[in-house]
Design a protein around this ligand. Structure first.
Ligand code: IPD
Length: 259
């Protein structure tokens, strides 16, 4: 696929990944603050976002940009970037984080790129062109039985505790195994790669989820309608899973529709 935006997104993700890996490996080189309860912010988030934003503006001057840490300008040709998804892991020295870059054309996800610089894994999807991991086509797991499934259930301070515990209880009550890895974007990429069978979160932001959403779709999975209403600007719940788990998980989580 020689789409210039697709190539550019992958190149930028790799360059940004090098930058964040270098900073991660010398943790004394950056300072930490909190944006809110359990919501870390490092200097590196801003640094990576500025780098990506500047490059995109130079290369595609008429595109607009929405980033986790800064500008929020929607249009019919817009990039949505999370410079470091899994910031808490990054801040604590846990090597599970990534950059997530999505591009929306006419309000539909067109490109999704997620790069994990610690494992050197490049997840990439383009609308109608499939999804790949380091160039190899990805496919969702094909899991049909919730009792054998493993799900990631994301949590953040916006969702609150009671709702999360209730969802966790209901899902575990079905017999599913659960994890929480702390990077929604990598959770979505893992669903696309068939490593886990579903990703669920009661509220997630567009920069965390849009690249992975396209990946799951292109890898043959089901995703709830994240962009409904004000999803792009304000976030929404997300359910991403194998097609056969859609009914039980939509009914159990209340996210999306069973069919
Ligand atoms: C967070 C992570 C986390 C998810 C949250 C996100 P950040 O993003 O993706 O796994 O549960 O909803 O806000 O703060 O690491 O960029």
């Amino acid at each position: 696929m020689s789409d210039p935006r697709f190539l550019c997104a992958q190149g930028l993700a790799r360059e940004a990944g090098k930058l964040m890996r270098r900073r991660f490996e010398d943790r004394s080189s950056f300072s930490l603050t909190f944006k809110g309860h359990q919501d870390f912010l490092t200097e590196v988030d801003g640094e990576v976002e500025s780098f990506v934003k500047k490059r995109l503006a130079e290369t595609f001057p008429s595109d607009t940009f929405i980033g986790e840490e800064g500008s929020r300008e929607a249009s019919d040709s817009v990039w949505i970037v999370d410079p470091i998804d899994g910031t808490s892991n990054f801040a604590r020295g846990i090597p599970h984080f990534c950059i997530s870059i999505a591009y929306l054309k006419d309000h539909k996800p067109n490109i999704g790129v997620i790069y994990d610089p610690m494992s050197d894994e490049m997840y990439a999807a383009v609308s109608g062109g499939g999804a790949t991991l380091n160039g190899v086509p990805m496919k969702v797991s094909g899991m049909t039985d919730i009792r054998s499934a493993t799900l990631e259930i994301g949590w953040n301070h916006r969702s609150g505790v009671p709702g999360y515990l209730s969802l966790l209880g209901r899902v575990m009550g079905l017999g599913a195994g659960t994890i929480r890895g702390g990077s929604g974007a990598l959770g979505m990429a893992y669903v696309a790669a068939g490593r886990i069978d579903a990703y669920v979160e009661q509220h997630i932001n567009s920069w965390d989820v849009l690249a992975g959403l396209l990946m799951v779709q292109e890898a043959g999975g089901h995703v709830s309608d994240f962009l409904a209403g004000e999803g792009l600007a304000k976030g929404n719940p997300i359910l991403a899973c194998t097609p056969a788990l859609r009914r039980v998980l939509a009914e159990t989580s209340g996210i999306g529709t069973p069919e």
